[in-house]
Design a protein around this ligand. Structure first.
Ligand code: ATP
Ligand code: MG
Length: 470
């Protein structure tokens, strides 16, 4: 396709050239000759009228001799580059300025009526010329009586020569236009065709999955913008592809490890490597791994819901303080085991927020779950709500292991777990915070984290106060 675009243009130029030359050779040539002919005829006719009315009449009036008139006419004939004749009404030649054609006596078959109503004729003039000649005539009248005729003859070849000269100029003009067109084609090649070819080549590379190729066009025009946009698109696509690859690798890894251990224990139980009395212990491990797989699948399904279009939120007005209390209660058992206590610093009695209750419960669940998991035993977790600028700020603060500085930004990524946490929590999938982030973003709200390694972590997110409350 690339090559044909250029080829089409080239063929277009060649056709344009051929048609141009053809038009000049036929139409222009014919029109020019026609124009020269009619211009010459009207010039000669004006001249012949003038001569017939002045010098030629003088002869018939007897005031000038034929020799005197001939001398005058010869000068005019040289100026006009034509032959001037004076003939009697019966066809006798009285004056002929062309010395080379010596014509005497009568013109055979002379009959002025053959001119009919026209004042000129194109031909051999009663066979007196060997080549085609243009003959213009004016009658010489004395006292309203036609006494003779003044004729001016000019060979057509003279006109054709003039026409050829003009046509040659047209050919040269066309050649110059054609050359200019090639200069334009050259400019087009460098400014449009070559950049488009580069873009097409890059697009082909992208379609084959090679996003490394960059289009090196930096012009400040539409093509430059197009190249810039395509480069941007390629970068975005390559990161997207990279993310997807990472995602698949993580998913496969997280599914494979529990499956491998389940398979290993089941085989050991079946072939008797694990004695009957020990089986309970290993069946419990299998159950644990199965639960993990179940959780992983649930989380992925949950995340998938937010993936493309974001999820539909079921917004209602509810008391966030009450919701926090309920979620905290559900962790009582775990907290007792770890000897972790909760400190709730909540705003007044109620704080109604406008949000999707079940989703916010999930956010609280995930954040409190993390806080418990990464806290040392005998510690306390603080959950605090404050109202400010039509928002409620919800903070979950622990005094646990904290998050290393270089991991802070990554904790929101799917499957990310800090090295510190791996030892503390084997069950975690690393999807909890990714879900939290998606839910808060779906509400058009923000979530932030403040953490110091070895000191503790605080997550703060906002929710809009409900209109009821305001
Ligand atoms: P899941 O939530 O699926 O059980 P997870 O808790 O490991 O797994 P996230 O909740 O996404 O995954 O948390 C990602 C990582 O961020 C955790 O593995 C941990 O390294 C770090 N992190 C999160 N919350 C805390 C916290 N309160 N204190 C210290 N580290 C934390
Ligand atoms: Mg978590």
């Amino acid at each position: 396709m690339k090559r044909t675009l250029y080829l089409k243009l080239l063929i277009g130029y060649v056709i344009f050239g051929i048609l141009g030359f053809f038009t000049i050779a036929t139409f222009t040539s014919r029109q020019t000759l026609h124009y020269i002919k009619s211009d010459t005829i009207s010039n000669l006719y004006r001249e012949s009228n003038l001569l017939a009315g002045s010098y030629a009449s003088n002869y018939y009036r007897g005031t000038m001799t034929l020799e005197d008139i001939k001398l005058h006419f010869q000068a005019v004939a040289t100026y006009l580059d034509a032959d001037i004749w004076v003939i009697d009404d019966d066809g006798t030649i009285l004056i002929n300025t062309n010395e080379e054609i010596l014509l005497e006596g009568n013109i055979k078959n002379f009959d002025i009526s053959t001119f009919s109503s026209s004042y000129y004729q194109s031909g051999t003039f009663f066979n007196t010329f060997s080549e085609e000649t243009l003959s213009v005539f004016s009658p010489i009248t004395i006292n309203y009586k036609v006494r003779g005729y003044l004729l001016i003859h000019k060979p057509i070849t003279d006109l054709v020569l003039l026409k050829d000269g003009l046509i040659n100029i047209s050919y040269m003009t066309l050649a110059i236009i054609f050359l200019c067109a090639f200069v334009v084609l050259g400019l087009f090649t460098f400014t449009v065709y070559l950049p488009i070819r580069k873009i097409t080549q890059a697009a082909k590379e992208y379609s084959e999955g090679n996003f490394e190729t960059k289009i090196s066009i930096h012009s400040n025009d539409e093509i430059g913008y197009l190249a810039g946009s395509i480069n941007y698109m390629a970068t975005e696509l390559s990161t997207l592809e990279e993310d997807q690859r990472k995602f698949i690798a993580n998913v496969s890894h997280d599914f494979r490890s529990p499956l491998t251990s389940i398979k290993g224990y089941l085989e050991a139980i079946m072939d008797g490597t694990i004695p009957h009395e020990m089986q309970d212990k290993y069946l419990n491990i299998i159950l644990f791994e199965t639960e993990r797989l179940n959780k992983l699948t649930q989380s992925m399904l949950e995340l998938n819901k937010y993936g493309s279009k974001g999820s539909m939120l079921d917004i209602s007005s509810f008391d966030i303080n009450n919701t926090i209390k309920m979620v905290v209660q559900s962790f009582e058992g775990t907290c007792k085991k770890k000897k972790i206590s909760f400190e709730l610093i909540l705003t007044g009695h109620t704080s109604f927020v406008s949000a999707d209750m079940s989703k916010i419960q999930q956010v609280l669940y995930n954040l409190i779950d993390n806080a418990i998991k990464f806290s040392h035993s005998d510690s306390s977790i603080t959950v605090e709500t404050t109202e400010k600028n039509e928002k409620v700020f919800i903070s979950i603060k622990d005094t646990g292991i904290g998050i290393p500085k270089d991991s802070i930004k990554k904790i929101w990524e799917r499957f990310y777990k800090t090295d510190l946490s791996r030892g503390k929590d084997k069950r975690g999938t690393g999807l909890g915070l990714a879900i939290v982030k998606e839910i808060i973003s779906a509400h058009n709200e923000n979530i932030n984290v403040i953490s110091t390694e070895g000191v503790g972590t605080e997550f703060i997110f906002t929710l809009p106060l409900s209109k009821k409350e305001l």
